[in-house]
Design a protein around this ligand. Structure first.
Ligand code: GDP
Length: 480
């Protein structure tokens, strides 16, 4: 049986490479990033621009008028949920103009792009099958667990919870551990209580607006289909160095569930999904981190470095037997650039370049081309210059969401507001010195203003910033 399936697998590979040779072939593009980084909005905008045949000047195939049409195809993988593209478009463009429901689990969508090859004399029809895979970035943080024993993970996680920043958040969980005899008989109720309090701690640390980087297990924060499942009913408990774990005890039960989580949740994700990606975009909400200050920025830098280690893994590491990533292009993208005036877009890009520099340097030999961009998949604002006390200030104008406040004014979700986003510093390194954004005024509560999606003409995709440049990097060569 296994020989037969190997043969089928080999045959599939040959068919695929012939297909690649004769046409645009197939690309599996992963879209990831931590919760609320903009994955759903990005993917919805990408698809709607291609389907509508929108002009995308930096995407060469579009600029040269070679894209004939793009259409959605039936879902290729029965076991993976479909990305709810139609629902997302309906909420963005419907009468209420709402941002779509964010990513909670892995989902996928297949798009076929018909195009003419770039050769001027022998241009011929070709097509590119683009499989788009949206998944929570939190799941990438589970990779280090694969070569870590339960005892080591428990010790490290307990130690991390003792730092001054984390201790107050971990207090509930630590209290639940008090008096626990880890070598006493396993007790399901107690295990559930400890796991719930541990999950609450991870959530609080995550909600602390980038004050703390995210800790694994990733499914405790983004459970996907495992919501409420026993697979998530484990937690670190204090084990002494060199303690033997005897079967039937609380320690043994926790260890068994931890190992089951690795085998049934983490490994299949890396093997069946991650390892099959050809290209990857990692979305980063750098503006939120910038607004939170230098500590949040260093933390974001660490999180990005962890994410990149997943792409490096497998090439020359202990994970090679489980999966071998084949990603050959990675794009890091700072999202929501429409919250800034365009004069700051390059600066945002420079800041993200600095934040990823260390990780990228460490990833040398990863075998992938890496680039950095600032973009807005959906542009909710426009720009204006406003004269104030003889000075010309650069403003952005949009409709703040209902209930948003600026300087004491409460917005109704209908009225427009002009806000002054200030300028990002010319020297990206200065963000670590604390002066993240040079503000034109002391009152800075505009920074957290959320705008409603823009009004668009029927059938037309929303405006964007640099989405075309992202596409050129991610798939431009396959449309040549
Ligand atoms: P996900 O959790 O990564 O799927 O994040 P979403 O795509 O759902 O984005 C989270 C929120 O960020 C959205 O509800 C919007 O409020 C905001 N957002 C995302 N992309 C953009 C963008 O391009 N422009 C603006 N103005 N807001 C965005």
């Amino acid at each position: 049986m296994s020989v037969f399936s190997d043969l089928v697998f080999e045959a599939g590979l040959v068919a695929r490479s012939l297909g690649d040779y004769f046409a645009g072939g197939a690309v599996r593009l992963g879209v990831t990033g931590l919760s609320r980084s903009g994955k759903t909005v990005f993917l919805t905008a990408l698809v709607s621009n291609l389907i509508a045949g929108a002009r995308l000047p930096v995407l060469a195939a579009s600029a040269e008028g070679r894209i004939t049409r793009a259409r959605l195809e039936p879902q290729p993988d029965d076991a993976v949920p479909r990305f709810g593209y139609e629902d997302h478009v309906a909420s963005l463009m419907g009468p209420d103009r709402q941002w779509p429901q964010s990513t909670r689990r892995i989902s996928q969508l297949r798009l076929t792009i018909e195009f003419e090859t770039a050769n001027r004399w022998s241009g011929r029809d070709a097509s590119l099958t683009l499989d788009l895979v949206d998944y929570p970035g939190e799941w990438l943080l589970d990779l280090p667990l694969l070569d870590k024993t339960y005892a080591t993970w428990a010790r490290e996680t307990l130690a991390a919870s003792e730092t001054s920043a984390r201790a107050p958040l971990a207090a509930g969980w630590r209290a639940a551990l008090a008096g626990l005899d880890v070598h006493a008989e396993a007790n399901e109720d107690r295990a559930r209580e400890i796991a719930e309090k541990f999950t609450a701690y991870l959530r609080k640390a995550r909600e602390n607006v980038y004050a703390l980087s995210t800790l694994p297990p990733g499914r405790f924060l983004m459970p996907g289909d495992l919501e409420g499942s026993p697979a998530l009913t484990f937690a670190p408990i204090p084990l002494g160095e060199g303690d033997a774990i005897v079967s039937g005890t609380m320690a043994a039960m926790m260890e068994r569930r931890y190992e089951a989580y690795k085998t049934h949740v983490v490994k299949p994700f890396f093997r069946d999904h991650f390892a099959r990606l050809d290209r990857q975009i990692v979305l980063v909400d750098a503006l939120t981190a910038l607004n939170s200050g230098p500590a949040a920025l260093s933390d974001l830098e660490n999180a990005l470095s962890e994410v990149l280690s997943a792409f490096r893994a497998g090439r020359a590491s202990s994970f090679a037997s489980i999966f071998r990533p084949r990603i050959d292009r990675i794009l890091f993208a700072a999202t929501k650039a429409d919250h800034l005036h365009h004069t700051s877009h390059d600066r945002l890009e420079a800041i993200l370049r600095l934040l990823t520099a260390r990780a990228i340097a460490r990833a040398e030999g990863v075998g992938a081309e890496i680039d950095v961009i600032a973009l807005a998949a959906i542009r909710a604002t426009r720009e204006a210059e406003i004269r104030q006390q003889g000075e010309i200030l650069k403003a952005i104008i949009g409709v703040p969401e209902k209930g948003e406040t600026i300087g004491g004014d409460v917005f109704d979700g209908v009225a427009e507001a002009a806000v002054f986003p200030g300028e990002l510093p010319a020297d990206p390194a200065s963000i670590f010195a604390g002066d993240a954004i040079a503000l034109p005024e002391a009152d800075n509560d505009w920074r957290f203003v959320h705008f409603r999606p823009p009004i668009t003409q029927r059938g037309q995709p929303a405006p964007h910033i640099r989405l075309d440049r992202a596409l050129q990097f991610l798939i431009g060569d396959r449309l040549a």
